[in-house]
Design a protein around this ligand. Sequence first.
Ligand code: NAD
Length: 306
Amino acid sequence: MTTSSSMDRYIANICGKVAIVTGAASGLGKQLSKALAENQLKVLLVDIDPKVEQVSNELNEQHHNTSWIVLDLCERGSIQKFFDKAIDKFGHIDIVVNNAGIANERSLFSQEDHKELDRIIDINLRAPMEATRLAVRYFRETGIRGTVLNTASVGGLMPISLMESYGSTKAGIIFFTASCKALAPQVRVNAVAPYFTDTPLVANNRLVQAYPLVQKIGLMKPEKVIKTMIKALGDESLAGDTLMISMGAKAEKLKFYDGLTLQVIAYIAGGTVNKYAASISSYFSGMLNSILGFLRNPVPVNIKRE
Ligand SMILES: NC(=O)c1ccc[n+]([C@@H]2O[C@H](COP(=O)([O-])OP(=O)(O)OC[C@H]3O[C@@H](n4cnc5c(N)ncnc54)[C@H](O)[C@@H]3O)[C@@H](O)[C@H]2O)c1
């Protein structure tokens, strides 16, 4: 649970730092960039969408210190380019937020060739891994205690029909993040895994729109994700952790759904389930937890609840 005093502490820990945010022209990246700039961070906004310039200009008109670069993360060499730009503009880097992402718009098995698969893997998985590799090298060379934040998804924690590619890239990000735990304390790598959130990504994706859980319980507000992203950046006790974010108030209430990954579904459904469903599913979830606990050894993936 994040209280306002702990939020103040997380903000104090990152205030004045230099951050890079990818996917900053829209949705979560745009809102995070604004929140960071408002808390006196210098921010480089990165996006393939030229609108990123306007987002940066609008922040600077409010006396914030941001810059921008337009590039395609699929292009080899693009990540080094935004590192160079941040150093050129702000002198150094403290924080790298790998937020840019796309969702597949049709099932892998309806795609005629490999191009959509290549692109989603490039943007959602390869680019964050490559950016983390370059960040770790940079932080080691400079001696800066740096932070990397990756944007995963609940889609990486439970299978979602027809979104095989998206879910697989996000599961990869969660696993990759956990694998980076030993880099701390010099480099803290964490991730957030939000439930479906009200952003253009969701508004423009018919697979997400049609997903039964979305139709049933709606979308989460981006503000909740932004707060958790700030916590992941500023909470120095976190390393290799994925913070799962849901709209449900009470994480422990469970719902039997799809017969898969009860723990996650229940967490998302939160306070929305009725008592009857909760009591039945808590029995099954107890069993499931024991099995998962056993399976998690010896490589634990730390998933914390927000
Ligand atoms: N909205 C949700 O429901 C949700 C839930 C969980 C996780 N996420 C993740 O959050 C992140 C942000 O998503 P959002 O919902 O804000 O979506 P969004 O579509 O509003 O923003 C994504 C941004 O990434 C940029 N981008 C896409 N491809 C790029 C490329 N090749 N190079 C550079 N930039 C590129 C887009 O132009 C866009 O500005 C993504 O990683 C997404 O998977 C979103």
